[in-house]
Design a protein around this ligand. Structure first.
Ligand code: IMP
Ligand code: MG
Length: 180
C-alpha cells in the first residue's frame, strides 16, 4: 500500500454496494423526468463514472469545477468557480454529484448558483459525508457513506492532487500533512 496511507476507511466493495444502492434510488425517483447530473470536478469524476452506470434511466450530464482548498487539508471557506456547466438547466431536474461534503460551503455556493438558471428541482448526491464538520445547513437527498472527521484520500479524493487513483477510501497518515 501507499506509504502515506494509515488505513482503509471504506473498502472498494463497500463503495460499490453504496453506488448500486444510490443508482437504484435515483433511477426510481427520477423515472419519467428529465434528469441532468452535474459532477463537481475534480473529486467527483470517479464516483460519477460508477454512479451513471448504476442508473438505469436516460440521463444527461455535465461538469462544473470549483476550488476551495488550495493545497491545504482545511477549507479556505472561499469557493472559486473554475469551470461552469455548458448545458441549459431550464425545465430540467438537476442532481449535483459531489465526492464528499465537509463544511457544506461548496454545495451552498453551487446550489445558489444553479438555482438562478430555473431548473425544475435541485438535489444533491454525495459519495461520502462528514456531517460533524458542517458549517452551513445543506439538505443532502442521496448520501452514500457517513465518515468521521478524518482527512481521506482515494476514490477520486486527493491530497495535493495525488492519490485520487486509490480504489478504496483511505485515511492519510497525520504526519503527512501535520508537519508541513
Ligand atoms: P466543503 O465545501 O467544505 O463541503 O468541501 C467540499 C470539498 O472539499 C469536496 O468536494 C472535496 O473536494 C474537498 N474535501 C473535503 N474533505 C476532504 C477530504 O477528507 N479529502 C479530500 N478532499 C476533501
Ligand atoms: Mg478536492
Amino acid at each position: 500500500m501507499n506509504n502515506d496511507i494509515e488505513r482503509i476507511l471504506v473498502s472498494k466493495q463497500e463503495i460499490s454496494d453504496m453506488v448500486i444502492r444510490l443508482g437504484k434510488l435515483i433511477s426510481e425517483d427520477y423515472k419519467g423526468k428529465q434528469l441532468i447530473i452535474i459532477g463537481v470536478l475534480k473529486g467527483s469524476f470517479v464516483f460519477m463514472a460508477d454512479l451513471i452506470r448504476a442508473i438505469t434511466i436516460p440521463v444527461d450530464m455535465d461538469f462544473i469545477a470549483v476550488s476551495s482548498y488550495g493545497d491545504s487539508t482545511k477549507t479556505s471557506g472561499v469557493v472559486r468557480l473554475i469551470k461552469d456547466a455548458d448545458v441549459t438547466l431550464t425545465g430540467k431536474h438537476v442532481l449535483i454529484v459531489e465526492d464528499i461534503i465537509d463544511t457544506g460551503l461548496t454545495l451552498k455556493y453551487l446550489k445558489e448558483l444553479l438555482a438562478t438558471r430555473s431548473p425544475l428541482s435541485i438535489k444533491v448526491c454525495t459519495a461520502f459525508d462528514k456531517p460533524s464538520r458542517r458549517k452551513v445547513d445543506i439538505k443532502v437527498e442521496y448520501s452514500g457513506i457517513e465518515i468521521p472527521d478524518e482527512y481521506v484520500v482515494g476514490y477520486g479524493l486527493d491530497y495535493k492532487s495525488l492519490m485520487r487513483n486509490l480504489p478504496d477510501l483511505c485515511i492519510l497518515k497525520p504526519d503527512v500533512y501535520s508537519i508541513k
